[in-house]
Design a protein around this ligand. Structure first.
Ligand code: BES
Ligand code: ZN
Length: 456
């Protein structure tokens, strides 16, 4: 292990250069014009996996390809772990708020700035570098590993569940390891034991057959933008509660013990308010910000479009208005039931003066696994050894749709060992990844495999 850790230490500058190469691909899964860039990124990753000594395969799907890379198998059955990551990234817009271009990785001090640096290229790359260190120092890995790197996480992972089912035999494993979550501070590592689920949909209201002169026709037809605003405004009440009938029916309440544990996390409501730059915090009455963002369900408008968006004015009644919305779900809630209830509620609220279309619907289950098992304890030991600090246990508010499918299809739990700091700006302009977290993540990964094998 000494040789492995030494190799990691000695090769940081090259690892950072390689990560920069990976970050130059604009692998934006939500935007169809980047399809070729996603493929090029997957090809680069496949070749990189081969270079470090993995057996790698570029697997086509109806969407973007999956990179499957495994350690050369030895005779006899050994413990087998999957490492999951995603090479797709969120759209970088608004471009004007980036201090350096999103796909031109820039290093400032100990941070690497680029879209995808934290979410998720830097994080899964840390695991690849740990495996490289084993191979290049001739150190025997105590287990078999398979990397599953997909290109559709940021758009709901539609094509990965069928892929897992088709390959379930070769992917049979003891646990899945994912670094795609956060840690509270540079020297405070974390094991995340819960994620929220999600329901996403796109809602379009259509009015007149074309944009109309608002002076000539305004007043005689419903304005779809106004109708949409009024409809959306009815989806949340003044106390921050979602109004969809039955929305809270299955929500599992927080236990007194969890609420107490949450209080021990660093930071105050005031420091959080300042960090987000809002005049006042807002959320469901009766809960702290941490509870609201991790253990309570929410409704958000992610995008709102209608009418003329260019410079200057244009006096029209727009033909249509569209909202992209998501609801975050917590344990107890099921996406299918929530989609049904939400669609029924939207239809009930929609006035007869516009036509409603609902599209681009997807959802995933919430995830919660008590962090008390042997694998979780092994992961905590590896985190402690890599960061020299006792790790904390977290519930987080983001979603990683595929973790439920790992459980359903492969029958195994996922260890969420996140390396992104709270100010990583995931999904925001100036996304960044801390290079010390990158290095510590590699150490953690290297130390994790022997710890996990001890539990077998
Ligand atoms: N890495 C995030 C999820 C995450 C981040 C979980 C931080 C916990 C802490 C992931 O890439 C992500 O953003 N997922 C999407 C999924 C959605 C598009 C289906 C999300 O949560 O919005
Ligand atoms: Zn993300």
């Amino acid at each position: 292990m000494h040789a492995v850790l030494h190799y990691l230490k000695a090769n940081q500058p090259r690892f950072i250069r390689e990560l920069c190469e990976l970050l130059r691909f604009p692998s934006i899964s939500a935007q169809p014009q980047y399809k070729r860039d996603l493929r090029a990124c997957a090809v680069w990753l496949t070749q990189h996996c081969r270079q470090i000594g993995l057996k790698a395969e570029l697997c086509p799907t109806p969407g973007h390809p999956v990179v499957l890379a495994r350690t050369p198998r030895r005779a006899g059955r050994r413990p087998h772990f999957l490492v999951y990551g995603h090479y797709d990234v969120q759209p970088p817009e608004p471009f004007e708020l980036w201090e350096s271009p999103p796909f031109e990785p820039t290093i400032r001090g100990r941070t690497l700035i680029a879209r995808g640096s934290a979410d998720n290229k830097g994080q899964h790359f840390a695991h690849l570098k740990a495996v490289e260190a084993y191979f290049k120092t001739g150190t025997a890995l105590p287990c078999d590993l398979t990397f599953v790197l997909e290109g559709e996480e940021e758009v709901g992972s539609r094509n990965l569940p069928p892929f897992l089912r088709a390959r379930r035999r070769e992917l049979r494993c003891d646990a899945v390891v994912v670094s795609d979550t956060g840690m509270p501070a540079k020297n405070l590592p974390a094991l995340t034991y819960a994620l929220r689920g999600i329901v996403a949909l796109e809602l379009t209201l259509r009015g007149p057959a074309r944009d109309l002169h608002s002076g000539l026709f305004g007043g005689s037809v419903e304005n779809p933008a106004m109708a949409l605003c009024q409809l959306l405004a009815k989806l949340r009440d003044a106390r921050g509660r979602v109004t969809v009938p039955g929305f809270y029916d299955d929500v599992e309440p927080l236990t007194a013990l969890e609420r107490k544990q949450f209080k021990r996390l660093p930071g105050t409501e005031e420091s959080y308010r300042r960090f987000l730059g809002v005049p006042e915090l807002f959320g469901e009455a009766g809960f702290s910000s941490h509870e609201r963002t991790t253990a309570r369900p929410t409704f958000e408008i992610n995008g709102l479009t209608s009418g003329y968006q260019g410079e200057g004015g244009k006096t029209i009644v727009p033909a249509w208005a569209r909202a992209k919305i998501t609801l975050r779900l917590v344990p107890g809630q099921r996406p299918g039931k929530i989609i049904k209830a939400t669609v029924a509620w939207l239809k009930q609220l929609c006035p007869p003066t516009v036509r409603m279309e609902i599209g681009d619907c997807h959802g995933s289950m919430p995830y919660l696994v008590e962090p008390t098992g042997a694998h979780a304890r092994a992961a905590l030991r590896a985190l402690q050894a890599a960061f020299h600090r006792e790790p904390v246990l977290l519930r987080e508010g983001g979603s990683i749709p595929i973790v439920n499918d790992f459980k359903k299809t492969l029958g195994v739990d996922t260890l969420l060992l996140g390396l992104a700091l709270p100010d990583a700006n995931a999904h925001s302009p100036n996304e960044k990844f801390d290079l010390d977290c990158f290095a510590a993540g590699q150490r953690m990964s290297a130390l994790l495999w022997p710890e996990l094998v001890k539990t077998a």
